[in-house]
Design a binder for this molecule. Structure first.
Ligand SMILES: [Zn+2]
Length: 102
């Protein structure tokens, strides 16, 4: 586990994206620099109560968040943070997660 989540920043216009796009929707550039974002504000929460084919599924919370340096993304939530809360971002494997900032 490491702090922050990887995003891709257009080498031309510096717009941040997650996940990496084929082409920048804004300037149509095709070159991206890897960057990291560490903080986000929760905009909306969804709860996944069932997953087809999964037994012993416990409800999981996911959040649409606006990151401090650019793109919106969907992350798994590890606590009870609600809309408006500032969370810190981290990765498990390649999946982005968030939890309340301490
Ligand atoms: Zn661009």
């Amino acid at each position: 586990m490491s702090g922050g989540v990887t995003i891709w920043r257009c080498a031309n216009c510096r717009t941040g994206y997650f996940p990496e796009p084929l082409l920048c929707p804004r300037c149509h550039g095709g070159k991206f620099d890897v960057d990291r974002v560490h903080e986000a504000v929760v905009e909306e929460i969804s709860i996944i109560r069932h997953m087809i084919g999964q037994e012993n599924w416990t409800p999981r919370r996911i959040a649409n968040v606006l990151t401090s340096s650019g793109p919106r993304m969907t992350v798994g939530l590890r606590d009870e943070s609600g809309p408006g809360a500032t969370i810190e971002l981290f990765e498990e494997g390649t999946a982005p997660f968030g939890r309340a900032k301490k």
